[in-house]
Ligand binder design. Structure first.
Ligand SMILES: NC(=O)c1ccc[n+]([C@@H]2O[C@H](COP(=O)([O-])OP(=O)(O)OC[C@H]3O[C@@H](n4cnc5c(N)ncnc54)[C@H](O)[C@@H]3O)[C@@H](O)[C@H]2O)c1
Length: 398
């Protein structure tokens, strides 16, 4: 019962939940002035999520809130190509914790040990959480807080790939714990098999690894990564302070960044071997902005359980200016970790779908420097911002 079609939108009478017959996809129906606005499958970003932890919890809330409000405070890019935040929808989810498996995603995001804030109530999403393969998903510090499902020992990444295909996912977002390189690679492989774009939020090398770059390129699908940035994150603040000093002619002799938090991500990173990829990612994000004589350090520093999902970052910068005048800067950043990354993740999902629409294969170098701490080709922040704006603008009407 369509009244008209415009740019992927069909107006139909109120009260009808429709199916897009051409695409055989359910379509979102929302009410406006006596009509309902129906967005067809072409203008949806169908997302599968691997790891229903704190970041996934905030991401789901961010998208549901964006759908209700159209736009909201703190959104960096209201539109990426034709996609608004409300155009993102979840179609599949994977975890290994038996308290989450089988639940609807809207309930699983608040299951223990997740501890991030509930800013809004998420309605039932009709997306049950499936069991994923364990691989190396648990470390020595998190195996006591996750209740591992037996099924996670026998499930395979082939099954993950089949679920992705059945769900007609466009993008798989990977929220594997730091150090879970086998699990991260397994989900990347499942995405390649299923022909689904891949967004890697953890610091393991996928988008920056030449072999994976080739795999995604040959399969004709985009890959974005690695290690998602936060909107107001310690890395971004630290790089801004460094750029400020150098743009004013000062020399930085020493600088460091300490990070403390109380969520499972920080608990997992108490294991130095697991934390090494996060440390390397943070170090590389700073190294590209410092001269070779500067002494520097950065990484996860400690776990303090009462902080829960709150993170505190301490940054110091010491150096010299004209006549050798010494200076020092100390900054403290306090944020809630997971909502802070959700606003970047929601851009990465839409950029991945837009890249897929445009037939871009392999690493999406135009957007990764703005969105990730360890992109395939690093760029200064001002240049990175220009690049993603250009990418989001081009063909915005398609
Ligand atoms: N601001 C941020 O929070 C931020 C920023 C950058 C990067 N990241 C990265 O994002 C990732 C996710 O962070 P988080 O805070 O959501 O972590 P989390 O520990 O809350 O969530 C991880 C989830 O993955 C599940 N899991 C573990 N192994 C699995 C497997 N094999 N298959 C399916 N599920 C599995 C766990 O049960 C858990 O639910 C981490 O690597 C983190 O470093 C987070």
């Amino acid at each position: 019962m369509a009244y008209g079609v415009h740019s992927g939108t069909i107006l139909v009478e109120c009260g009808h939940r429709q199916t897009d017959e051409r695409l055989r996809l359910p379509i979102l129906v929302s009410e406006t002035k006596g009509f309902v606005v129906v967005r067809t499958g072409r203008h949806r970003v169908r997302v599968a999520v691997a790891g229903v932890g704190n970041c996934a919890c905030s991401l789901v809330q961010c998208i549901v809130a964006g759908r209700a409000a159209g736009d909201q405070i703190g959104v960096t890019h209201v539109q990426i190509g034709p996609y608004g935040i409300g155009d993102v929808e979840f179609v599949a989810a994977f975890d290994i914790d038996e308290r989450k498996i089988g639940l609807d995603l809207s309930d699983a995001i608040h299951s223990d040990p997740n501890c991030t804030s509930r800013y809004i109530d998420v309605p039932n999403l009709g997306v049950p959480v499936s069991c994923g393969p364990l691989a190396d998903g648990l470390g020595q510090f998190t195996e006591t807080v996750v209740e591992l499902a037996e099924e996670a020992h026998t499930t395979t990444f082939t099954t993950v790939s089949e679920i992705l295909q059945a769900a007609q996912a466009d993008v798989l977002i990977c929220y594997m714990p730091v150090g879970a390189i086998t699990a991260t690679s397994g989900y990347a492989e499942a995405a390649v098999e299923a022909g689904v774009a891949f967004v890697n939020c953890n610091p393991e090398a996928i988008a920056t690894d030449p072999n994976w770059q080739r795999r995604f390129y040959e399969r004709g699908i985009p890959v974005l990564g690695d290690d998602i940035k936060s909107q107001l994150g310690a890395t971004t603040l630290h790089r801004t302070l460094i750029d400020l000093c150098t743009s004013r002619g000062a020399v930085i002799d020493r600088t460091y960044q300490l990070n403390v938090g109380g969520n499972t991500d920080f608990l997992n990173m108490l294991d130095p071997q697991r934390a090494s990829s996060k440390r390397a990612s943070k170090m590389s994000a700073l190294k590209s902005r410092l001269n070779s004589n500067t002494q520097f350090g950065a990484g996860p520093s400690d776990y303090v359980s009462y902080l829960a999902d709150h993170k505190v970052a301490y940054i110091t910068v010491e150096g010299r200016s004209l006549l050798g005048m010494p200076f020092s800067i100390e900054a403290k950043l306090t944020v809630e970790d997971s909502p802070n990354s959700a606003g970047v993740a929601v851009d990465a999902l839409r950029a991945a779908k837009l890249a897929k629409d445009r037939g871009i294969a392999g690493p999406v170098v135009e957007v990764c420097p703005f969105l990730f701490k360890r992109p395939p080709i690093p760029r200064p922040d001002s240049e990175a911002k220009e690049m993603i704006l250009n990418f989001a603008r081009q063909d915005a009407t398609d």
